[in-house]
Design a protein. Structure first.
Length: 139
C-alpha cells in the first residue's frame, strides 16, 4: 500500500465563500500514482469546511442564506466565544454544520463520484491563508 500527502493552499478574499477544489484534488491523485484506494480531503482550520455537492450557483447561494439564518454573523455579541476578542463564532458553527472532511473512493485512478458530485472548500472566516489536506492511500 502507498500513501500520498499534499496540501492545497486557500485564500478566499471575502469572509465567506465556496470554492470548487475538485481539479486540485484530481491533480493530487494523478501525482500520487494510486489507482485503487481512498482519498481523504479535509480543511485544516476550524472555521472552514470540505463537502461534496453539486457545482450550481443557486445552490451555493441557498447554502449561504441558510447558514446565515442558522448562525448569523451579527450581532457578534450574541456569542460567548466572541468575548475572547474574536468575531468568528458563527464561522465555527457553520463549519460544524457543513463538515470537516470528505472521503472519496479511488477506482481505476479516478475519483469515484456520482454524476454531479464535486468537492468544495467552504470558507466561513476568510481573508487569510488556510490549508486543505489531501491524503490518498491505496495501490
Amino acid at each position: 500500500m502507498k500513501s500520498h500527502r499534499e496540501e492545497i493552499m486557500m485564500e478566499v478574499p471575502a469572509r465567506r465563500g465556496f470554492v470548487n477544489i475538485t481539479p486540485q484534488v484530481e491533480a493530487a491523485l494523478a501525482r500520487s500514482g494510486i489507482r485503487e484506494g481512498l482519498c481523504l480531503v479535509n480543511a485544516l482550520h476550524i472555521t472552514a469546511s470540505v463537502f461534496i455537492n453539486d457545482d450550481e450557483g443557486g445552490l451555493h447561494h441557498d447554502y449561504e442564506k441558510w447558514l446565515e439564518k442558522l448562525a448569523p454573523h451579527a450581532p457578534t455579541d450574541q456569542y460567548r466565544h466572541n468575548l475572547t476578542g474574536e468575531d468568528n463564532a458563527d464561522a465555527h458553527l457553520k463549519r460544524q454544520v457543513m463538515g470537516r472532511e470528505v472521503v472519496v473512493a479511488v477506482t481505476d485512478g479516478r475519483l469515484d463520484f456520482g454524476r454531479w458530485e464535486q468537492i468544495f472548500y467552504g470558507e466561513f472566516d476568510g481573508r487569510r491563508r488556510k490549508r486543505v489536506l489531501v491524503k490518498i492511500i491505496g495501490e
